[in-house]
Structure formats: structure tokens, C-alpha cells
Design a protein around this ligand. Structure first.
Ligand code: COA
Length: 377
């Protein structure tokens, strides 16, 4: 029997963290529907849920939020790295290097174990520090001034304010951003999470496993798609070109970024709330062009190919309306997904078995080594 290309359709393990229900196109974090979580909770409550099995009570949330606020600062060695980074470098690479450096300066990581207790602290440190890394790696490499985190602001107010270089407290902007963080947080055995579990399964530490996942998320078939969506919408540039260009891309068998999903075939449950908030922002700002183009592309893709948008499609235009630089879309996704990665790494470490599949050999059959003088090109 031949292997399924891309492991499609293969059940690769168990998890109690989230359920992707393909039959209803829905997504559940530890038994809670993501749409209800978006309506009634904040990103930090969801982060707590993913790491600790259930939603926090008032006291638990307070201490989780306090930990996050107290640990937002990053070591100077990272600011030095950002200052010396080339302008053309991608912030995902700086994020990857930063997480590795955090692992190498955390004494508990070098000398400690992969116990649940230590892993939880490392996870919370990463959740607290990644926004400072994402915002300032970009700012410094672009020659802008660093902006230190502000303990008086909530997680999403602080993250957005550091990115935009001005204090953001407007409730629609903060709600849109925070909701995107909830939606991006976790998604079963997606490629980056699976790669994190492969690394964790060798008993490597949490920071190294997260670094692996960041490298995997960067690719345009995965997290990198949200940036590509925005470049594509800008290239199309006007609603009256949207149908023609979409049809051309279909005819040329191009992959249209922000569409399709390995598991969902009749739509991604995360798109509805993201699109709704993006459109509210567009109405507030009076900027409709990105949604006009998007609506035509969506209609054309469904009519022509029965392929639906995934979360990256509405997230890209929402981020653009928020004023976020395009290069930061995937690093923001990583700052959210670190919660899911961490939960999976903990789950893997707590019931570990090395992940090492087999493969079918399809190369030449056995042959003798010829002396180098007799080898043909
Ligand atoms: N644009 C155009 N055609 C697409 C498509 C897209 N975004 N996504 C899938 N298809 C088509 C494929 O060309 C293929 O058609 P064919 O059978 O005629 O060759 C068919 O749908 C199956 O696609 P395939 O690439 O085999 O599915 P997959 O499960 O391996 O890939 C993705 C899933 C997500 C990698 C794929 O849909 C994709 O590349 N999407 C764009 C990138 C993206 O948005 N990634 C974020 C995912 S959350």
C-alpha cells in the first residue's frame, strides 16, 4: 500500500486540546465552540484554557494576566539582534532566532526538565514576550524607535500599540485584533503544531519545539498565507478587476492564497466572525475596497471551484485596516498559535513516544561503487 501524499487523511495521534469537526465545519477548544469563545472571552482566557484544560475563574485570570504583564520585557541581547538585522530580513526569522535565544538564556531550560510545571512557566513566558519581540524586531530593523511594553494596557491593547507606535484603545480595533488572536490560537494537528510535536517527542525542550513550529508556520501554504493574501488584494487593486483576475488564476492553475483547507471542504468556521469584524472596521473607516474585492473573489472561487476562504483571507484585510505592516501578519499568527503549540508540546511530553514514521524506498536497486575514474557524469 502506498503512503498518502502529504499524510492526507491519516490519523497521526490523539489530542484533548481541540476538535476540528469537518462534518459541521466547526472548531472546538477543549469542548468550547470557538464562536462562543470569541463572543464571551478574551485571548488570554483562551490561552489559559488551552494550557490548563478549562477557562479561568476571576482569581486565576487575574494572576495569569499579572504574570503576562510582568514578563513582557525582553533581554537586551534581543534588541542588539534586531538593530543589526538587515531591513530585507523577514520578522519570522527574527522571531525564530529570538525564541532560540530565550531558550539559551533561560537557566531553567538548560538545567531543567520537561515537567509540566516547568513547561507551563516557559509557555507563559513566551506568550508574554512574543508581542514585544514581534513589534520591536520589525521596528528596529526598519530604523524605527523601540517601544517598550506598557503594563497599564491589556494584552491586545499593548501588542497593537507597540506595532502601530501609538496607543490604541479604540474598542473595535482591540476587539478585532483580540478575536483574530483567539481564532489563530489552535487547530489540531496542523503542520506547525505537528512539527512542534515531532521535536518535543525527541525530548527536546519547549523553546526548541516552538522554534521548529515557527519555521513551519512561515511557509505560504500555512501561516505565510495571510501576508500573501494582502499582497494579492493590493495587486488586484480594484473590485472591477477581481473576477477577471480570479478566473485567470484559476485557468493558470495558480494556488489562490487564503482559499482551501486540508480538512474543511465546505468552509472554515473561523472566517464568519473575522469577516464580520473586518467589515465593521471598514464601515467605520469608510474603506470598502478590500472587502469589495474579497467578496467577488470568494463568490468566483465558490462558483468555479467550490473552494472556500480560510481564516487567512478575512484576517489579512482586517489587519490591513488596523494599519498593521504586512510583514507582521504571520509573526502575529505565531504569537497567538504559541498557545496551541505549547499545549501540544506539554501533551506530548506528558505521554511521550518518539515520532518516527517509515517510508517506502523508491530509488535505484542495489549497485556496486565504481572507482572514481570510471564514473560517468
Ligand atoms: N487555489 C486554487 N486551487 C486550489 C486551492 C487554492 N487556494 N486550494 C486547493 N486548490 C485545488 C488544487 O489545485 C487541487 O485541484 P486539482 O485536484 O484540480 O489539482 C484541489 O483543490 C485540492 O488541493 P490540494 O492542494 O491537493 O489540497 P491540500 O489539502 O493538499 O492543500 C492547502 C490545502 C491549504 C495547502 C491548499 O488549499 C492551498 O495551497 N491553499 C492556499 C494557501 C493557504 O491559504 N494556506 C492557508 C491554509 S489555512
Amino acid at each position: 500500500m502506498r503512503a498518502n501524499k502529504g499524510l492526507a487523511g491519516l490519523i497521526a495521534g490523539d489530542t484533548a486540546i481541540s476538535k476540528v469537526d469537518v462534518s459541521t465545519s466547526s472548531l472546538w477548544y477543549r469542548g468550547y465552540d470557538i464562536n462562543e469563545l470569541c463572543e464571551k472571552t478574551s485571548f488570554l482566557e483562551v490561552a489559559y484554557l488551552l494550557l490548563n484544560n478549562d477557562l479561568p475563574n476571576i482569581a486565576q485570570l487575574k494572576s495569569f494576566e499579572e504574570f503576562e504583564k510582568e514578563n513582557r520585557d525582553i533581554p537586551d541581547i534581543l534588541y542588539d539582534l534586531f538593530k543589526s538585522a538587515p531591513k530585507y530580513g523577514h520578522p519570522m526569522d527574527l522571531l525564530n532566532q529570538s525564541v532560540s535565544i530565550l531558550g539559551s538564556v533561560d537557566e531553567k531550560n538548560i538545567l531543567g526538565t520537561n515537567s509540566q510545571e516547568e513547561n507551563l512557566i516557559k509557555s507563559m513566558l513566551l506568550i508574554s514576550k512574543m508581542p514585544t519581540i514581534v513589534a520591536n524586531s520589525y521596528r528596529l530593523s526598519q530604523g524605527l524607535k523601540a517601544i517598550k511594553p506598557d503594563k497599564n494596557l491589556s494584552y491586545s491593547e499593548n501588542f497593537l500599540s507597540m506595532i502601530l507606535g501609538k496607543e490604541v484603545k479604540d474598542s473595535l480595533s482591540v476587539k478585532t485584533f483580540d478575536t483574530s488572536m483567539i481564532l489563530y490560537a489552535e487547530h489540531g494537528y496542523n503542520a506547525s503544531t505537528f512539527s512542534a510535536r515531532v521535536t518535543a517527542a525527541t525530548l527536546s525542550d519547549l523553546y526548541s519545539s516552538v522554534s521548529t513550529a515557527i519555521g513551519t508556520l512561515k511557509g505560504p501554504l500555512h501561516g505565510g498565507a495571510n501576508e500573501q493574501v494582502m499582497y494579492m488584494l493590493k495587486e488586484i487593486g480594484s473590485a472591477n478587476r477581481a473576477e477577471k483576475i480570479t478566473l485567470e488564476k484559476i485557468r493558470n492553475k495558480e494556488k489562490i492564497m487564503g482559499f482551501g483547507h486540508r480538512l474543511y471542504r465546505t468552509g472554515d468556521s473561523r472566517t464568519g466572525v473575522m469577516k464580520k469584524l473586518g467589515k465593521e472596521l471598514a464601515t467605520k473607516l469608510g474603506i470598502h475596497i478590500w472587502h469589495d474585492i474579497s467578496d467577488i473573489m470568494e463568490k468566483t472561487m465558490i462558483e468555479e471551484k467550490s473552494i472556500y476562504p480560510n481564516l487567512d483571507f478575512p484576517a489579512a484585510s482586517a489587519y490591513y485596516l488596523l494599519g498593521i505592516p504586512i510583514e507582521l501578519y504571520t509573526p502575529i499568527f505565531a504569537a497567538s498559535r504559541v498557545t496551541g503549540w505549547a499545549a501540544h508540546i506539554i501533551e506530548q511530553h506528558n505521554d511521550n513516544k518518539l515520532i518516527r514514521p517509515s517510508c517506502d524506498y523508491i530509488g535505484p536497486s542495489s549497485r556496486n561503487v565504481q572507482p572514481i575514474s570510471k564514473r560517468e557524469l
